[in-house]
Write a protein that binds this ligand. Structure first.
Ligand SMILES: CC(C)(COP(=O)(O)OP(=O)(O)OC[C@H]1O[C@@H](n2cnc3c(N)ncnc32)[C@H](O[C@H]2O[C@H](COP(=O)(O)OP(=O)(O)OP(=O)(O)O)[C@@H](O)[C@H]2O)[C@@H]1O)[C@@H](O)C(=O)NCCC(=O)NCCS
Ligand SMILES: Nc1ncnc2[nH]cnc12
Length: 291
């Protein structure tokens, strides 16, 4: 079930019953954002409730099981943030969340990037709710300030697709994005989400944000599957969609669908941009509701 905070365009009254209750909805909001990302279509090459995009090994149910398995760990990350925990403790919880995800999906990596990025944002929301930092700070700023240097110095996964393409292409990826306070979320995702076609057309706003992110993010998944040529193709196709008016232009859905089919034909999947869409939804909900 999606929490009311995400369905509504109106801010909910924040609960005022102490630290624990203020932090208590954070994990649910984060997991709901994963579900909303999934229920967005057309999303180039990505899995949704409509089709499996460029993937043979996972579908909408794999992602739903994954989001359900991660949900309690997001809350643990929020609680750890509220207690002022450092990156070492957050990493332990993040790795447990990865194990829960893999158990729920029979070993398929659905959400590793989302656990990392959204998990850090949950911890930052907890830190604000718990009075560890000034509650007026933006979540990205809190992540960069509290954990930025540890994120960059943390252990490198030698055998991930991400580390292989980073070595080959000197690409940025999830760590740099987080350590810098999620510039793609604040500069690209949020403005695109908020230029929705109509006030209550929330799905098209998510499509707009997804295309805007694909158009500029250095997505290690695109590099892994398509090399530099794949990344450039994705940037160009998504940029064209935005430049001709995005979801505010006539015929946008057919255009978006056709780009989706082009990505599937090339087996391209911008998983990093999908994660950043979920993070954008989380930051948007947080800024509207305070949770
Ligand atoms: C620090 C880690 C994130 C290490 O991960 P890695 O070395 O792999 O780093 P990246 O490649 O940079 O990113 C990891 C995932 O993040 C997503 N991502 C990609 N580009 C970006 C970007 N520019 N900005 C933000 N996020 C990005 C992406 O995740 C999605 O794709 C995943 C599917 O990937 P994969 O299985 O490789 O791809 P397929 O194409 O499906 O494979 P085949 O079918 O071809 O075989 C999926 O997970 C999406 O979420 C990147 O994959 C981190 O993992 C880590 O250190 N974790 C430890 C825990 C921790 O410290 N937690 C902190 C507190 S929560
Ligand atoms: N909807 C999606 N499809 C494929 N990879 C993803 N990674 C995160 N969300 C995804």
């Amino acid at each position: 079930m999606i929490t009311a905070a995400l369905r509504s365009a109106e801010p909910l009254a924040p609960r005022r019953t102490g630290i624990a209750s203020d932090a208590s909805a954070i994990g649910d909001v984060a997991a709901d954002c994963l579900v909303l990302e999934l229920e967005t279509w057309p999303k180039p090459g990505l899995v949704s409730h409509v089709d499996n995009g460029s993937h043979d090994d996972m579908d909408v149910d794999t992602f739903r099981r994954s989001a359900a398995a991660i949900r309690p760990h997001f809350q643990r990350l929020a609680d750890a943030g509220a207690l002022g925990c450092g990156m070492g403790q957050l990493r332990i919880i993040g790795l447990e969340a990865e194990r829960a995800m893999l158990a729920a999906t029979s070993g398929v990596n659905t959400h590793r990037g989302a656990i990392f990025g959204l998990g850090l944002l949950c911890a930052a929301a907890g830190a604000k709710a718990g009075g560890v930092v000034d509650p007026a700070l933006r979540l990205g700023h809190v992540v960069a300030r509290l954990w930025g240097s540890s994120i960059l110095d943390g252990p490198v996964l030698l055998h991930s697709h991400g580390s292989a393409v980073r070595r080959r292409f000197h690409a940025g990826g999830a760590r740099i994005e987080a350590a810098q306070g999620f510039p793609s979320v604040y500069r690209i995702g949020l403005p695109a989400l908020r230029r929705r076609a109509a006030p209550d057309d929330v799905e098209s706003a998510r499509v707009e944000a997804c295309f805007a992110l694909i158009a500029s993010v250095e997505d290690t998944n695109l590099l892994h599957r398509g090399g530099l040529e794949g990344l450039r193709f994705a940037h160009r196709a998504a940029r064209r969609f935005i430049d001709v008016g995005g979801v505010r232009a006539d015929g946008w859905r057919a255009r978006a669908r056709s780009i989706h089919e082009d990505f599937v034909a090339r087996r391209l999947s911008p998983g990093g941009s999908a994660d950043l869409l979920a993070m954008t939804l989380f930051v948007d909900a947080h800024e509207r509701t305070g949770r």
